[in-house]
Design a protein around this ligand. Structure first.
Ligand code: NDP
Length: 408
């Protein structure tokens, strides 16, 4: 049915590749391209399908991307590299007539700033080119928006209160590790909190607001209010929302490490000079520029290697309060995903799994012609029903609870 090119060969991309390969009736031709071709080849080897093609590309370089797109001619480019590459990949898609899908909003490298404005600015260009761009199709953002769209379509006349709750109750048995790209993860968590209330955005200190929330099959976990990009599109697309917040759980040990990392300056994202030994073995040194957080990433455990010893599960969902037929209704929709199940199927842990599976389903929706309209769209702007059906079939089944106390 379709020719897809995936960019990136990290944890999320590995899961998406397994799932694309499992759905070969939809994805008839498949190429993986990343900064290092050998990582793409490793994925192909793990899947065991030599028909999957691989290529090297620096996705920061529009000319390299154009050469690749013109050569392979994908109908859809699935961007599972880093948020820094969103705009270069969108530019190359426009120039080569390719459609686009990603899982995280664009971030400039020198500024941890989470908003859709840069990518929404491409709406006219994609519309004029007759191309579809699907933004934020992981779990959160991604399934969180699709759950909200499903609730709005089937259960509510008006949504008033939306709380997205993201719990990782897993244990990887490392002193400190992040569950996805450490640089992107630490940038996100050390930012100020932000939530929406009565038409205004309210800023908090990083992780200032927190409370225990009870997660299904897990129990109570301390949950911290954070800014998360999907709140921006959801309050725009559902104007009846009075309050929208995002909560994520962290263990005390994780937060202690994070404090130390910040206090010793290792979370800095600006360049600094470092006197480094020359590679020629002469013992001489030279000044080089490093970004402390990128250096820290190099010494932290690779999230792709956490799966084997990861036990426990994730639980991510939406807790919604609103009105149906004039009466107040509470609704909770969620998925629980066991790290070991994800590992057995794809060799990756649950956080990569819960992101890579929705990315594949979004691509499937595109190829089936169900999510295809010229312009730049957030996931909640498409019909949620066929996507929800696939979640149940592709390894991320969902559960609904009506009329219970949401604790929020
Ligand atoms: P990884 O760091 O594991 O993978 C990123 C991949 O992109 C790596 O293979 C990396 O290459 C490659 N890459 C980086 N820069 C370039 C470049 N310039 N050109 C080509 N390839 C490049 O990250 P994850 O798999 O953990 O995350 C992938 C994406 O998913 C991120 O954007 C992240 O923000 C997003 N995400 C979204 C979630 C959601 O629910 N919506 C949740 C979790 C993650 P190399 O291997 O050489 O380093």
């Amino acid at each position: 049915m379709g020719r897809v090119l995936m960019i990136g060969a990290g944890g999320v991309a590995t899961v998406a590749a397994f799932k694309i390969a499992q759905n070969a009736d939809v994805f008839t031709e498949f190429m993986i391209a990343s900064r290092r071709k050998e990582k793409c080849d490793e994925i192909v080897k793990a899947i065991g399908n030599p028909n999957i093609k691989t290529a090297q590309v620096d996705a920061d370089d529009v000319e390299q991307l154009k050469a690749l797109f013109n050569d392979y001619k994908p109908e859809l480019v699935v961007n599972l590299a880093l948020p820094y590459q969103d705009l270069t990949i969108m530019d190359a898609c426009l120039e080569c007539g390719c459609n686009y899908l990603d899982t995280a909003n664009y971030e400039p490298k020198d500024e941890a700033h989470f908003e859709y404005s840069w990518q929404w600015a491409y709406k006219d260009k994609f519309e004029k080119a007759g191309l579809t761009a699907i933004l934020g199709c992981g779990f959160d953002p991604g399934v969180s928006g699709i759950y909200t769209a499903y609730a709005a379509k089937h259960h509510f006349d008006e949504i008033h209160y939306l709380d997205i709750v993201d719990c990782n109750a897993g244990n990887h048995h490392k002193a400190f590790a992040t569950n996805f790209n450490p640089e992107i993860n630490i940038r996100e968590i050390t930012q100020k909190g932000l939530y929406y209330k009565d038409g205004e955005w309210i800023e908090t200190e990083p992780l200032e607001i927190h409370k225990p929330l009870t997660y299904p099959n897990i129990g109570p976990r301390e949950s911290y209010l954070m800014h998360h990009e999907e709140l921006e599109s959801l309050v725009k697309n559902y104007p009846t929302i009075k309050q929208a917040r995002f909560w994520m759980t962290f263990g005390q040990q994780y937060l202690t490490y994070l404090d130390v990392i910040q206090n010793i300056g290792m979370s800095r994202i600006d360049e600094m000079e470092y006197e480094a030994p020359l590679a020629d073995g002469s013992g001489k040194t030279a000044k080089v520029k490093i970004v402390p957080l990128q250096f820290l990433k190099a010494v932290l455990p690779n999230p792709q290697d956490l799966g084997e010893n990861y036990d426990g599960e994730t639980s991510i969902g939406c807790r919604i309060r609103g009105i149906k037929d004039g009466k107040e209704l509470t609704y909770y929709i969620y998925n629980n995903c066991r790290h070991q199940d994800a590992y057995k199927e794809t060799g990756m842990q649950g956080v990569s799994y819960t992101t890579g599976v929705p990315a594949m389903i979004g691509a499937m929706m595109f190829f089936k012609g169900l999510w295809r309209k010229p312009g730049v769209w957030n996931v909640e702007e498409f019909d949620p029903d066929p996507f929800m059906e696939q979640l149940n079939k592709q390894g991320l089944p969902w559960n609904e609870v009506f009329g219970e106390d949401l604790e929020l």
